[in-house]
Ligand binder design. Structure first.
Ligand SMILES: *Cc1c(COP(=O)(O)O)cnc(C)c1O
Length: 424
């Protein structure tokens, strides 16, 4: 469910016309909908009503300050994976006590900043990381609140590049090592054990892997308490999938996911933490692009648009499928035909869609790639010296540029000439 619909023959984000936005900010640009963000956050949070929960928005899915602030105003905390994301979450007004810090490679400097801020929980993923955090906390005379991220060795059934809960993945502490590492944590002066953490992957479209992982976590809570540890928090990570293609089997609804968790967590008496990202931001954003050329190849039609893999890398990186629609509503009797939608970057991988059925389109027409709100702008780069594109946030009939398009001066101005190459 989103708020991108045709009105008066053109695509709108809530009450704002996309062609009007394109005229103001130019293409390509990302457009986010406040109503959609709000709806998705509330559907998720409300599914757990009555339970002691903290919903930490996974900032890495969309780290624009305005997006974080929109969610923070609804009560969201933040799940962060770097000092940069810590800075963003704090700047957007998320209180430190609603921030959890995930990731396999936190540096000592990053740990220091997060301890200074006073965050809710560190999700620690290895013994060396635990030792480093202990050392940093001791040097500051504080105790770091820690949950160990346990690798439950379950197959999330998602794309290999976003599966994180199997033994062969780099994430978490191996299941069989968990008790021993908790023993080490209990002895560390700078560590306060507060919970257990798990995150098995992203774009998970079936409840079964969640069920398998969460049941293992529940057993672990009982075991660890038996070992004498205080386990208050259970962090169940993120990963709930979203519908990218109409007609596909829909992913589990938040209320079904919540029902499963209520069953497994009942009687455990824990504070539940969630780290949803894609589920909140995915369908709350679109990428709007203009067609530069329509080119007839030997056996296929290419639509060459002004967005490229540097702006949205998901199709190239994960074979992701994004629905593509015309910004101008097709006539009811329009004849659809197959085309490849590609960008200008000099890579064959710069392909958004192959043999996609689309209405008649001509150079200058605009298209929208849907479900681009998560892992879109945040993964963008400047390959081929293409500046970062604009991001716009809509709220009802209001809109604002929440990140202006980078200029070529900004982009090229980052380079420095060594003195031996300067003109004499
Ligand atoms: C990426 C990530 C998330 C968010 O995943 P989604 O699939 O976007 O919900 C949550 N927790 C951790 C540790 C992550 O790495």
């Amino acid at each position: 469910m989103d708020h991108f619909n045709y009105k008066d023959g053109v695509l709108h984000a809530e009450d704002v016309s996309i062609p009007a936005l394109a005229t103001s900010v130019g293409t390509p640009f990302y457009c986010y909908s406040t109503a959609t963000l709000t709806r998705h956050y509330n559907v998720f949070a409300d599914a757990f009503a009555g339970l002691d929960t903290l919903v930490c928005f996974s900032v890495k899915s969309n780290s624009n300050l305005a997006v974080i602030k929109t969610l923070g105003n609804l009560g969201a905390g933040a799940d962060i994976v770097s000092e940069g994301e810590l800075r963003r979450a704090l700047l957007a007004g998320i209180p430190a006590e609603r921030i959890v810090y995930s990731g396999v490679g936190k540096s000592r400097a990053e740990m220091h900043s997060a301890l200074e801020a006073g965050i809710h929980q560190f999700n620690v993923e290895s013994e060396p990381e635990l030792a480093a955090l202990d050392e940093v906390a001791c040097s500051m005379n504080v105790k770091a609140p820690v949950a160990l991220r346990i690798n439950p060795d379950v197959d999330a059934g998602t794309h290999a590049k976003i599966s994180t809960g199997k033994a062969e993945n780099k994430f978490g502490i191996p299941w069989d090592e968990a008790r021993r590492v908790y023993g080490l944590a209990a002895k560390a002066r700078g560590i306060e054990i507060v919970g257990v953490d798990v995150h098995i992957g992203s774009q998970i479209t079936d409840l079964f892997p969640f069920e398998a992982a969460f049941k293992r976590v529940a057993e672990m809570v009982v075991t660890l308490r038996g070992d004498g540890h205080t386990i208050r928090n259970v962090d169940l990570g993120g990963g709930l999938g979203i519908p990218y293609a109409r007609g596909n089997e829909p992913p589990p609804a938040p209320h079904e996911y919540a029902e499963l968790i209520r069953k497994i967590a009942s009687g455990l008496d824990v504070h539940l933490i969630f780290e949803p990202g894609r589920m909140i931001t995915g369908n709350a954003g679109i990428l709007v692009s203009s067609l530069i050329y329509c080119k007839q190849g030997t056996d296929r039609q290419f639509l060459i648009c002004d967005a490229a893999m540097n702006d949205l890398i998901r199709p190239a990186l994960y074979d992701a499928w994004h629905e593509i629609i015309a910004v101008k509503e097709p006539a009811p009797n329009a004849e659809f035909s197959a085309a490849d939608v590609v960008g200008p970057v000099c890579e064959s991988g710069d392909t958004f869609a192959s043999a996609r059925s689309l209405p008649p389109l001509a150079a200058g027409d605009q298209i929208a790639m849907l479900s681009a709100g998560a892992y879109g702008a945040v993964q963008s780069g400047t390959y081929n010296s293409r500046p970062l594109i604009a991001e716009v946030l809509v709220d009802g009939d209001k809109w604002a540029t929440v990140r202006p398009r980078q200029t070529l001066e900004d982009l090229i101005g980052l380079d420095r000439m060594p003195d031996w190459l300067e003109e004499g």
